[in-house]
Design a protein around this ligand. Structure first.
Ligand code: ZN
Length: 219
């Protein structure tokens, strides 16, 4: 475990060139950091798809679809604008944790995994099948550890946002924090809901005052 406390996070790389199990797990740890904490890298499908708009249009044009250049500019500008908006939304949904602290969190997860790791024989007993038929032992452990890390990260995220265990979650429309999806029309976290109420009340008062003023002027 000491070995990888010296590892640096060097931005996003989805695949490791190395395929030994240590590199694969390290890659998983990296990817989890990207997904949950790195504000600079957004990997959500809708965002990526918007960024790919010019490329998609290029291929359509190459395949003989007729296009008007001003129309194209409008489509691309709009896509890039929407991508920028989405990026801000998704950036708000990232948690804040320096890489060095993240490594400590992961160390805790790995310790837990090592303590709980089932031996492959136990697993096979339960499943009543022979895993060796279709996967080797290394793959089994790598898969197990990656799944475990992913689950632990999800639990950690709930603690970070202070939400209870719930079936569904959603994001606060304003600040992006995780909130429980209780099925009603709840859109904001408690803090944002309060701030929003205050803002609306102030606006109402301003309007009232303006109405009174204009009424007085008429008199
Ligand atoms: Zn909020």
């Amino acid at each position: 475990m000491n070995e990888w406390t010296v590892v640096e996070y060097r931005g996003y790389k989805s695949k490791s060139e190395k395929t030994d199990w240590c590199s694969l797990i390290r890659q998983k740890v990296n990817n989890l950091y990207t997904r949950y904490f790195d504000e600079e890298v957004i990997l959500k499908r809708d965002y990526i798809s918007l960024l790919n708009t010019p490329k998609q249009l290029y291929y359509q044009w190459k395949n003989g679809v007729e296009m008007d250049s001003s129309e194209l500019t409008t489509i691309i500008d709009e896509a890039m604008n929407n991508a920028e908006k989405l990026k801000v939304t998704y950036q708000k949904q990232k948690m804040s944790l320096p890489w060095k602290d993240y490594k400590k969190v992961i160390e805790g997860f790995l310790q837990k995994i090592l303590n709980n790791c089932k031996l492959i024989e136990d697993y096979e007993d339960k499943q009543k099948s022979n895993l060796y038929d279709f996967m080797n032992e290394d793959n089994f452990y790598i898969g197990y550890i990656c799944k475990y890390l992913e689950n632990e990260m999800k639990q950690w995220q709930k603690k970070y946002y202070g939400v209870r265990n719930h079936k569904k979650y959603k994001r606060c429309k304003l600040c992006g924090v995780l909130i429980e999806n209780t099925g009603n029309k709840r859109m904001y976290c408690i803090a944002c809901a309060k701030a929003n109420e205050l803002k609306n009340a102030t606006l109402r008062k301003q309007k009232q005052r303006q109405n009174e003023l204009s009424r007085n002027r008429k008199c």
